[in-house]
Ligand binder design. Structure first.
Ligand code: FNR
Length: 373
């Protein structure tokens, strides 16, 4: 195993290596995995190293205000928990622990369709915290509507539709060890608890086998025929804001805005889907320019430190999501570990903003950075 691509000292390089000691090879492999040679995952990290923060001298602000409001959700900092499935790979408490940690920090938690716990249980753990729901859009409309109704009833206010995973990524790290969490019947309770899924897709107990479970998973969640003309189904069944996650091209961003989407998440799924895809950070500035403030632009893929978050915000993101780092925190120390990782990242960001002599991240811009040679 090599962790050299995550070169930020004291950041993920250390965190990942420490978490590796706590994780089974299968779990570590699944979390680290990227598409193909992991080239895109490495490119995500490398893209951040090409930007440097321009520190300023003179009077620094005493207080830095990182608070923001995204589509009506108040946030103490522009940092969210990215939707991550099967978190029980990292810790038995999985998403329950992460949702509790998010509530303690006041940060928004985005619950995955492939969550290890049912969305109602995660909502209870999140209490009066802020939560959004991430949808993997099933091939079955009745199931889609069931997910949306459950999410609204459980207090999820925003819908994040992930569009880059209509086919699962080709991830040799998992293939080499023949592992997929979705071939097991555990760690996927969010959708296997759904009454429509149970009625239509759960194999009868006598027929449960890794193969039967895998076939049902593929039937429901591999949805390569998805296209823009399917959006009315969501609009008819969801009252809150809708964001699209997995946008990597300014063209798609423009279409999303034209279609009346409320926000987008520039992301390449942490490099897990398309081998050789553009580094997510490199996709951000042209997309931010194309959107030109029409809707909020969120960003993820490769953020490991407060400095990385600073860079993404300066290049046009309104807020950032963080994936693997909080999972490593979860592996190391459950709820407390996740909370520590996310709090550290927020405080590092605050420090960077202060050193750049801004009172708030909202005034950061391209001129806060310089291109590294
Ligand atoms: C993910 N991601 C993800 N995204 C999503 O929309 N639904 C999901 O269920 C999952 N599941 C998932 C599992 C694991 C183990 C990982 C590592 C990632 C992608 C996630 O939301 C986010 O886009 C990336 O993790 C961001 O990249 P970093 O922060 O991990 O580099």
């Amino acid at each position: 195993m090599t962790t050299t691509e995550t070169a930020a000292p004291g950041g993920l390089a250390q965190l990942e290596a420490r978490a590796a000691a706590e994780l089974s090879p299968e779990a570590l492999g699944y979390i680290r995995a990227g598409a193909g040679s992991r080239d895109t995952t490495r490119a995500n990290a490398a893209a951040f190293r090409r930007w440097r923060v321009k520190p300023r001298v003179g009077r620094r602000p005493d207080r830095v205000d990182l608070s923001t409001t995204i589509l009506g959700t108040r946030m103490p900092a522009p940092v969210l928990f990215a939707p991550v499935g099967v978190q029980t790979l990292a810790h038995p408490d999985g998403d329950l622990a992460s949702a509790r940690a998010a509530a303690q920090l006041g940060l928004t938690y985005v619950h995955s369709t492939q969550g290890a716990y049912a969305m109602e249980d995660v909502a209870a753990a999140n209490g009066d915290g802020s939560r959004w729901y991430q949808l993997y859009w099933p091939t079955d409309d009745e199931l889609t509507v069931s997910f949306l109704r459950r999410a609204a009833a459980a207090g999820y206010t925003h819908l994040v539709i992930t569009l880059d995973t209509t086919l699962l990524g080709w991830r040799p790290l998992d293939l080499d060890i023949g592992y997929s969490p979705f071939l097991e019947d555990k760690g996927i309770a969010n959708y296997t608890s759904d009454p429509v899924f149970r009625r239509k897709y759960m194999p009868a107990p006598a027929e449960v086998s890794p193969l039967a479970t895998g076939v049902q998973f593929a039937r429901v969640f591999q949805n390569p025929g998805l296209s823009w003309d399917r959006l009315p189904l969501i609009r008819d069944n969801w009252d809150g804001p809708i964001l699209l996650k997995g946008i990597q091209s300014p063209r798609d961003a423009r279409i999303a805005v034209r279609q009346g989407i409320d926000g987008i998440v520039v992301s390449n799924h942490g490099g897990r889907q398309v081998d050789g895809a553009i580094a997510a950070l490199d996709a951000l500035p042209p997309i931010a320019r194309a959107v030109d403030g029409a809707v909020p632009v969120l960003f993820d893929s490769g953020i490991r430190t407060g400095r990385d978050a600073f860079t993404a915000l300066a290049l046009g993101a309104d807020a950032v999501l963080v994936g693997r780092p909080y999972l490593y925190g979860l592996a190391l120390d459950g709820q407390r570990g996740t909370r520590t990782v996310m709090r550290s990242l927020v405080e590092e960001l605050r420090d960077e903003v202060r050193h750049a002599r801004h009172r708030t991240h909202r005034t950061l811009s391209r001129s806060s950075l310089t291109r590294a040679r």
